[in-house]
Design a protein around this ligand. Structure first.
Ligand code: ATP
Ligand code: PRP
Length: 213
């Protein structure tokens, strides 16, 4: 029997994906939050889950180490999406990619005056494109998380980060000044796997499609 490997990240992606997997008749036999295992068996003997960092999901699927996976649009843009089939927006893990600055910083004037801004972000590709489109000169500073701290300690004038409730910005006295794009998570499939394992992958894709609608 052909085996299928699905790459997922812990936390919100796994939580939001579990109901979709269930709709496809797939249930993990262990909870990734409590298990230290990185390969999880499911109730379907030919379907297994691999638990990886959110930003590594596209890489596993690109190289065929996983046949399919679920990744945020933010992560897919940074990865580049090469060789990935992206058939379905799952409408989960919804948030917005935004530019934010400290409450007291006059971003609008700084941009109007053509100031060169220091922008801290994990999303270099997205930020580079956004500011290039606006004709704003920026020095990008790569961070791996907690971007909200950067302007508070003088590392940057602005950040590009994900915003959902706005609570993290508020707690750190920052305000959102521009929305770059809406973000949600997509199903991604390795193109060779789609051809070779279509009899197994297609029903999962169909079940996800029905569940999303
Ligand atoms: P990594 O572990 O690789 O550093 P991460 O910490 O961003 O990635 P998660 O926090 O699990 O990973 O986020 C997974 C995805 O969920 C992100 O790629 C994004 O698409 C989405 N996301 C991130 N933050 C939020 C949020 N506050 N609300 C809703 N969705 C979010
Ligand atoms: C994300 C993002 C923001 C926060 C925004 O971080 O990087 O910090 O969520 O959400 P809010 O608008 O609802 O406050 P996450 O929770 O994923 O933490 P981490 O990336 O630092 O693990």
């Amino acid at each position: 029997m052909t085996d299928i490997t699905i790459a997922l990240s812990k936390g919100r992606i796994f939580d939001d994906t579990a109901p979709l997997l269930k709709a496809a008749g797939i249930e993990a036999l262990e909870d990734p939050e409590s298990s230290r295992k990185l390969i999880l068996a499911t109730n379907q003997p030919n379907v297994r889950l691999v638990i990886v960092r959110a930003s590594d999901v596209p890489t596993y699927v690109q190289y065929g180490a996983a046949d399919m996976g679920i990744a945020g649009k933010d992560v897919l843009i940074e990865h580049g999406g090469a060789e990935l089939y992206q058939p379905l927006d799952l409408n989960i893990a919804r948030c917005k990619m935004m530019v934010a600055v400290p409450d007291g910083f006059d971003y609008e004037s700084a941009v109007q005056q053509g100031a060169r801004l220091r922008v801290a972000t994990k999303y270099l590709q997205t930020a580079r494109e956004h500011f290039a489109d606006k004709g704003v000169h920026v020095d990008l500073i790569k961070l791996y998380g907690s971007m909200e701290l950067a302007p508070l300690v003088g590392l940057a004038d602005a950040i590009v980060d994900l915003v959902s409730t706005g609570n993290t910005l508020k707690a750190n006295h920052l305000r959102a000044v521009e929305e770059i794009m809406q973000i949600s998570s997509r199903l991604i499939i390795n193109q060779a796997a789609l051809k070779l394992k279509q009899p197994i992958i297609q029903p999962i894709l169909d079940a996800f499609t029905d569940a999303v609608q």
